[in-house]
Design a binder for this molecule. Structure first.
Ligand code: 13P
Length: 271
């Protein structure tokens, strides 16, 4: 992945109407700032992840009125089940034509019952539907040393991807399907205490090491804002061995100007 990937996770903060208005503001500000497309050479890819009920109106607004910006839409989760008689589930196949990617295994979903097994099956279903799986992993203890943190997070990655492999999607196929891993320490989410770029890169290298040489993009998420986004991106640049490929942003992504400031920080080389 050449460009930093910036994903805005709106969680359950907005009504569908508010999500459409935020998406419109983001697109308008992007146009004002001369960001003509998000999948071009000089700009990061921007992905908006609205609520399940906001997916269709946000995607149709972006396709209908701002198609030239190429802003993507992601779902915040999908079912561990495939298409069929699963009342109340949102299966990956339901998202085709609406979302391009799916966030899977976010710590807030793990707290609500997601397991390595269900996460692995979700990843497999997402990939089978042609959607890019964004697998979230994260450690629970801020005070843990990096040497303990890395194996904890790599273990989550290995268990989830082993489950996906058992469902017919080995890691090489997942990487070909666009698998992205997002490192989100639980203690950094919504706390205004992000992990250091160095710690995040240590985790990224651990995941990439576990990936047997496959090119697995790793994002960082947790208390990213316009003020600190550049530090992640500065660290990302010029790292011959890969390191970070972008940011997964929660609270700060609810403010369209701040989200685009984060995009700007990811785009502009700092001196
Ligand atoms: P915050 O950016 O609000 O810390 O949330 C991070 C997150 O959970 C994104 O998925």
């Amino acid at each position: 992945m050449q460009q930093p990937l910036i994903i805005a996770n709106w969680k359950a903060n907005l009504s569908p109407g508010e999500e459409v208005e935020r998406a419109r503001s983001i697109a308008q500000i992007a146009l004002e700032r001369g960001l003509s497309a998000f999948n071009g050479i000089d700009t990061p890819t921007l992905v908006l992840a609205p609520s399940a009920v906001g997916l269709v109106p946000v995607a149709s607004l972006l396709q209908r009125e701002y198609g030239n910006l190429a802003i993507e839409v992601a779902a915040q989760d999908c079912s561990a089940e495939g298409i069929g008689a699963h009342t109340g589930e949102l299966v990956a196949a339901n998202l085709v034509g609406i979302a391009a990617s799916v966030i899977i295994g976010h710590s807030e979903r793990r707290a609500a019952g997601d397991t390595d097994s269900s996460i692995g099956r979700k990843i497999a279903h997402a990939a089978a539907a042609g959607l890019r799986p964004i697998l979230c992993v994260g450690d629970a203890t801020q005070s843990a040393a990096t040497e303990a943190r890395v194996p904890e997070v790599v273990g989550q990655f290995e268990r989830a991807t082993a489950q996906a492999a058992a469902a017919g999607w080995p890691l090489d196929r997942l990487v070909a399907a666009g698998l992205v891993v997002a490192y989100e320490p639980l203690w950094a989410i919504g706390s205004h205490t992000p992990a250091t770029p160095m710690d995040a890169m240590a985790v990224a290298r651990g995941i990439q090491g576990a990936g047997n040489g496959l090119a697995i993009p790793v994002l960082y998420g947790g208390s990213v804002d316009a003020g600190n986004a550049a530090s992640w991106c500065d660290e990302t640049r010029g790292q011959a061995d890969g390191a970070l490929s972008g940011l997964l942003v929660g609270g700060a992504s609810l403010d369209p100007r701040e989200l685009l400031d984060i995009v700007g920080a990811a785009t502009m080389p700092r001196r």
